[in-house]
Design a protein around this ligand. Structure first.
Ligand code: FMN
Length: 182
């Protein structure tokens, strides 16, 4: 089985998530390829893969434009095969119904814009990388995190991803239960 993961990222966390999941797939002798959505929306060609995951993170309510463009370009091929979307966000770290409603709206806009209907969607909590933000972004993120119940200090970074839930989703979607030994 050939598996493709295409991601968009701004600060690198979605890349790390995809590489982590791909390593788990490879540990089960599955062929997993990870690629960033780049300037050429034609690449990589999803049609030669059995299962495709697209992953992107939310920044001010939007996913990375290159990943959106990739999904739009390949929506017909993606709709014909087993394909899933991994949405990475800070909102997914909490239980606030308003945040979750917002996440559903972001995914709905994404599927509307791209014409791609993923068979499944996983919401992964992302990271807070104060070390990569400028002064204003740091202030804004500290405030946003506090609003979501995460009381943070700007002298360190935070990884809020539940990697077990992520791998359960990815392995379950390709049909390899996470509980099965590697
Ligand atoms: C400037 C900025 C804007 C963000 N906007 C949102 C947002 O609208 N909703 C949300 O849930 N998370 C938001 N986040 C959190 C990111 O989705 C989270 O940090 C994620 O891990 C980023 O992934 P990346 O490193 O792959 O870009 C934002 C983060 C930053 C730095």
């Amino acid at each position: 089985m050939r598996i493709l993961m295409v991601y968009g990222t701004t600060e690198g966390h979605t890349r790390e998530i995809c590489n982590f999941a791909a390593a788990r797939l490879r540990a089960r002798d599955l062929r997993a390829t990870v690629e960033e959505a780049g300037n050429d929306p034609g690449h990589p060609d999803p049609s030669v893969y059995d299962v495709v995951f697209l992953a992107a993170s939310l920044h001010v309510g939007r996913y990375q434009p290159k990943l959106v463009e990739y999904a739009r370009t390949h929506h017909a091929a993606l709709n014909e095969k087993r394909s899933a979307f991994i949405s990475v966000s800070l909102s997914a770290a909490g239980q606030n119904p308003h945040d979750w409603e917002g996440l559903e709206q972001c995914v709905a806009r994404f599927t509307h814009e791209t014409l791609w209907t993923p068979s499944a969607v996983h919401h992964a909590a992302g990271a807070i990388r104060y070390s990569q933000y400028d002064f204003f972004k740091r202030l804004a993120m500290k405030h946003i995190a506090a609003q979501r119940g995460e009381h943070t200090v700007t002298s360190r970074d935070y990884d809020l991803t539940d990697y077990n839930a992520l791998c359960d989703f990815v392995l379950g979607f390709v049909g390899t239960p996470a509980a099965q030994p590697a």
